[in-house]
Design a protein around this ligand. Structure first.
Ligand SMILES: [Zn+2]
Length: 325
């Protein structure tokens, strides 16, 4: 099997003229080899060549080097008399699309990078992958992606989010069965939620916070749906209420009496274990030292200070009840 067809299947239909190394990039000069091209408007094949020109396409890296494809393509006359398209440019399946300056495969890769990292970080990674594009190219790639099709949602989660905190808020809609965000509304008004619900019938339960606008919107857009308060907002409201109640009785709280001073005893000598890995033996020794000092009545911070340990490591050691209690 031809090496080009296996390694570069999208170039299989091209005639490779030359390959050059130019600085840190690879330049592939190629031209199309088919006799005819189909009109994108009416699909009529045409042989009548209008003109030729060179397209420059950024492709996926070859051996880690940026790869630019200089592709010579043809403009054709459309021979169908009733077609509105008189002239069209041939495209190479799997390699080019109209007006694009990035190959189809490279664009798919950049879309994945952009979705994972966003613009600025994505551009840094893309450069390391041999795809030197700017952050706005990645942002535009995300914006050009088709939106996922929303199927019937039976349990809909509705909540607001800040576009600019304190000034502008939007609404996020979640399919509570899959926990996937399915749509975003520009504002948090009853009208926009009601309009969305009318366009997407089938919602049986609306799970929302206690904002009045969402109650009104759900009632107007899906009057048969049951409205429930979601668990997160219930717990948050409970937490806020408890905090407010306790804070109001702060003066009722008595300060703790000072802890009795304990005279420091000698650091206990622990019999070293003889089995296990060195790390396991050291851990057992440390564990025994901590517990011996605890039984002498020392607190966590005193033990940590005596043994030169981080207090959190002492606290992570399971402690028996203090002997003084
Ligand atoms: Zn046509």
């Amino acid at each position: 099997m031809d090496l080009i067809n296996v390694v570069f299947p999208r170039m299989a239909g091209l005639r490779i003229m030359k390959v050059l190394a130019k600085g840190a990039s690879v330049r592939v000069y190629a031209q199309t080899s088919s006799v005819t091209a189909a009109c994108p408007q009416c699909a009529t094949p045409s042989r009548r060549v209008h003109s030729r020109y060179e397209r420059r396409l950024l492709d996926t890296a070859i051996a880690g080097q940026e790869t630019v494809l200089h592709l010579r393509v043809r403009r054709f006359f459309c021979t169908a008399g009733d077609c509105v398209r008189k002239i069209f440019v041939e495209q190479v399946d799997g390699l080019t699309v109209r007006w694009a300056r990035i190959s189809v495969v490279a664009r798919t890769l950049l879309e994945a990078v952009a979705l994972a990292l966003g613009g600025r970080a994505g551009a840094r990674l893309a450069r390391r992958l041999g795809l030197g594009v700017g952050r706005m190219t990645l942002i535009r790639a995300i914006r050009a992606l088709p939106l996922p099709v929303v199927s019937v949602v039976s349990v809909l989660g509705v909540d607001d989010f800040a576009l600019r905190r304190g000034h502008r808020y939007g609404t996020v809609l979640v399919d509570m069965a899959t926990h996937q965000v399915i749509d975003v509304l520009d504002d948090r008004s009853a009208d926009s939620l009601a309009a969305w619900l009318r366009e997407h019938p089938g919602v049986e339960i609306v799970c929302r916070d206690r904002a009045g606008c969402y109650a009104d919107g759900a009632a107007a857009g899906a009057p048969a749906a049951v409205q429930v308060a979601d668990r997160w907002h219930l717990l948050k409201n409970l937490s806020d209420a408890v905090y407010k109640a306790v804070a109001g009785h702060r003066r009722c709280l008595q300060p703790l009496p000072p802890a009795p001073a304990v005279a420091p005893g000698p650091t206990p000598q622990v019999e070293p274990p003889t089995v296990g890995t060195p790390l396991a033996r050291r851990t057992r020794i440390r564990h025994a030292e901590v517990h011996a000092l605890w039984e002498q009545g020392l607190g966590i911070y005193s033990i940590a200070s005596r043994l030169g340990l981080d207090p959190r490591r002492c606290a992570a050691t399971p402690m028996p009840p203090t002997p003084n209690s």
